[in-house]
Design a protein around this ligand. Sequence first.
Ligand SMILES: *Cc1c(COP(=O)(O)O)cnc(C)c1O
Length: 293
Amino acid sequence: MLQEISNLLIKSKQLNVWVYRLDLKHGQVGGNKYFKLKYNIEEAKKRNKTKLLTFGGAFSNHIFAMASVGKLYDFETIGVIRGEETLPLNHVLQHAKNCGMHLEYVNRTQYRDKYNLRFTQELKEKFGDFYLIPEGGSNQLALKGCAEIRNEINVEWDFICTPCGTGGTLTGLTLSLEEHQKVLGFAVLKGANFLNDDVNSLFVEYQKNNPNSKLENLNFEIFLDYHFGGYAKKKPELEKFIQTFQNDYQILIEWVYSGKMFYGLFDLIENDYFPVGSKIVALHTGGVYSFSS
Ligand SMILES: *Cc1c(COP(=O)(O)O)cnc(C)c1O
């Protein structure tokens, strides 16, 4: 669903801004995670895998979505969680458990080395064969899924905005651009200088897998200064912005992802980032569902 929003500022700069409501779609898989996971689910089924294993922090929407996927599509799921178990479980982990996900807590050092072969081997010994999906779900199949988001947006646009955690969604969107279009990413982590490198690695791998693709129009920009102190951190200024936004447009947003993106978008508008007449789509990538379940 596409919802146009406007106010005096937007009008005075002669812009159009639409919110694409991914947050209202795909139920408990939700938001951008549906697109990141859809081809992974297909691939796991194709390879006759019965178990999915992934990684995440205790508040990860990706863990939430993966647990839902397990229940909906009949996989056993294992979530390798950073840190110790804290009881009572928070809403994400409680949902995961209710869906039947096995929660495997590991300490921060182990978590940092989560992709090394020895750890993978240990996990295989413990859980048997599984299909591995990386933290945040950002692999090549996720790019393919995220590139499809654009097909759902049936207005002409010049800019598309998305919050960035791992950058997978931004990368997939960038692969789908037409010549005059650009993706704007808003990093929700502090000091996310690694994002540009990570995104570039995803492009390099994509090019390897798709030697005929040209990758000429990689038109994206990531803003690093709207993190408000770091992942899931907030400040009064952000909270006030979210309140006003929700009152003005009746669109629920939160402070982990969507709130930071919209704050950044309005700030760019105010500072004349966009040429007069620009048409802007902001992806509401979801995340709100996990606060209300
Ligand atoms: C996971 C998530 C993101 C981040 O997506 P990346 O592809 O990791 O950048 C953005 N918004 C919401 C609501 C999310 O749950």
